[in-house]
Design a protein around this ligand. Structure first.
Ligand code: PLP
Length: 392
């Protein structure tokens, strides 16, 4: 297999989709015209994946991005695109679950994934049992007669616990249970999910695929066995992505390997610097030993990313806000994965139901962008000074 830089540059750029233009052009469409009624009838009943049929089913602009994501995930049959990461998560789960089924959902899942389970899925008669992100092979003990799917997210949102994916997949495969992974943090470049035995690999393309904080996108990449149900469910839900957004996704993808390397290198430098500071109790970065599951990270992942959190050595809400407000290079806002650094306060304790959150001090989550690490460290240094002043 080629290197990651080569793979993202070449992925999905079939001449059929690009007509020789370097970037797949934006093909806008609703109606596709046929030559005759006979032509319309001949085309109407066939599989419309990768074939012009009607705008909702996509054009070469979307197919090129979907193909690219499939090519980055060894073992994949195909990819479906969605207008957001949450839409991708919803379609993936609905392609697997039916009333009466039970879902096992990791306790460190992205908050809207929890809301989907506790809202729409519950209303449809699908039960959810939340599990400890560090459970590993002991997940076998939670499996009941109606357990149909296990949803993983690694590292976890806000708290970064690294899951033992191979151990959980082994249990699931033995019992015919479908596994879904929210792979937004690692992307297939850092964690080839399907190669590890995951059935449905989900990305919020809004983050590292887009990479510039200017597009909402989601994707699900499926094994050959799971693809037909994913495709049909997504068609039935009317899911489609605009060609302009798919174009931005493709454009972002070309630099994703380069950006991820820089995000990861700077994030590790900032995390190590924070770990040595007296104001910081703990750094929750998957590559550092204080992060639960760090040894699994070093075993399974091919590299890092730019998102992590740190726990302050005391101080309250006000002192944490003083730190974040004092930062000049870190924006204050949701989402992550863009070229600009971000800092937000996070409070996982209120979300947890399987295992109480054990953290002592207030948490700050950082998304490390493409600025120079030395400048980000200098900015955090003056942020920590503001925190010291505020804590007295
Ligand atoms: C942001 C995010 C999502 C949702 O993506 P949107 O495009 O914002 O809907 C899903 N999972 C994780 C881990 C995320 O960080």
């Amino acid at each position: 297999m080629s290197g990651d830089g080569t793979r993202v540059v070449r992925a999905g750029r079939r001449a059929e989709w690009t007509q020789g233009i370097v970037n797949p052009p934006v093909w806008r469409a609703s109606t596709i015209l046929y030559d005759s009624v006979a032509d319309l009838r001949a085309n109407g009943g066939r599989d419309t994946h990768h074939r012009l049929f009607y705008g909702r089913r996509g054009t070469p602009t979307q197919w090129s991005l979907a193909d690219a994501l499939t090519e980055l995930e060894p073992g994949a049959e195909a990819t479906f695109l969605y207008p957001s990461g949450v839409a991708a998560i919803a379609a993936a789960l609905l392609s697997v679950l039916s009333p009466g089924d039970e879902l096992l959902l990791v306790d460190s899942a992205y908050d809207p994934t929890r809301n989907l389970a506790n809202g729409l899925l519950k209303r449809m008669g699908i039960a959810t049992r939340f599990y400890d992100p560090l459970i590993g092979e002991e997940i076998a003990e939670l499996i009941g007669p109606s357990t149909r799917a296990i949803f993983l997210e690694s590292p976890g949102s806000l708290t970064f616990e690294v899951q033992d994916i191979p151990a959980i997949v082994a249990v699931a495969k033995e019992r015919g249970i479908v596994t879904l992974l929210d792979n937004t943090w690692a992307t297939p470049l850092r964690l080839p999910a399907l190669a590890l035995g995951i059935d449905l690999s989900i990305l919020a393309g809004t983050k590292y695929v887009g990479g510039h904080s200017d597009v909402m996108l989601g994707s699900v990449t499926a094994t050959p066995a799971r693809w037909p149900a994913l495709r049909d469910t997504s068609y039935q839900l009317g899911q489609t992505v605009s060609p302009d957004d798919a174009f931005l996704g493709s454009r972002g993808l070309r630099t994703m390997a380069l950006r991820l390397d820089r995000h990861a290198e700077s994030a590790l430098a900032v995390a190590r610097w924070l770990a040595d500071r007296p104001e910081v109790a703990r750094v929750l970065h998957p590559a550092l030993p204080d992060c639960p599951g760090s040894s699994i990270f070093h075993r399974d992942f091919r590299g890092g990313a730019g998102l992590f959190a740190f726990e302050l050595a005391g101080g309250g809400e006000g002192a944490r806000a003083a730190l974040i407000d004092a930062l000049a290079l870190f924006g204050i806002g949701y989402s992550w994965g863009g070229f600009e650094s971000l800092a937000i306060p996070v409070d996982p304790a209120r979300l947890r139901t399987a295992v109480p959150w054990q953290g002592q001090g207030p948490l700050v989550r950082l998304s490390i962008g493409l600025e120079d690490a030395a400048d980000l460290i200098a900015d955090l240094e003056q942020g920590l000074a503001a925190w010291r002043t505020a804590t007295g």
